[in-house]
Design a protein. Structure first.
Length: 179
């Protein structure tokens, strides 16, 4: 994340706190970020200097004006006007980081060989909340290379209960013995 994204994301967060809109804006930022990731041509269009700024603002207004908070719409227009709309992802990260810190939320990334069902996610989330003492925002990923089990990353710590890590441990011990 760049310093620019940190400053802009933090400034939007300060405004959202002042207006008591942190949860709403945080959720809407996530949706818009996904839309931008899925439609990179739209972002390039909004960054195109040959298109007048008022037309680009109109495009933002048409796309998000009826659904998103006015402060977020104006924030997008400012990023567009400054030519730094590509920093939006970093702004989202900074906003989310501050939101999580203020609301005692920890993000946990769980990786499994197959997708976890809703019941498994809920059980894992409850267990992690007991361990960390924080509310958990769970992000589930699928990676067939883990073979079986789970790998959880929580607050910079990795809890690895995968078959892959166990096999690596056995392989390492076997190599130590044969040397």
């Amino acid at each position: 994340m760049t310093q620019t994204a940190r400053i802009y994301g933090s400034s939007l967060y300060d405004l959202a706190v002042e207006e008591q809109l942190t949860g709403v804006i945080q959720e809407q930022m996530g949706i818009i970020r996904r839309l931008f990731q899925e439609n990179p041509d739209y972002v390039r269009l909004l960054m195109e200097p040959s298109i007048p700024q008022d037309e680009r603002n109109s495009l933002i207004e048409k796309a998000f004006g009826a659904q998103a908070e006015r402060y977020l719409i104006n924030f997008l227009k400012i990023l567009c006007e400054k030519g730094i709309l590509t920093e939006f992802g970093g702004c989202c990260e900074e906003f989310t980081r501050r939101y999580h810190a203020d609301n005692n939320i920890a993000e946990a990334v769980v990786t499994s060989a197959v997708a976890l069902n809703e019941q498994q996610c809920t059980a894992l989330k409850e267990k992690l909340e007991k361990i960390s003492g924080k509310k958990i925002s769970l992000i589930a990923k699928v990676d067939a290379s883990v073979v079986a089990g789970l790998r959880v990353e929580l607050e910079g710590k990795q809890l690895d209960g995968t078959v892959q890590s166990r096999l690596s441990g056995v392989s390492k011990k076997m190599n130590e013995i044969t040397m």
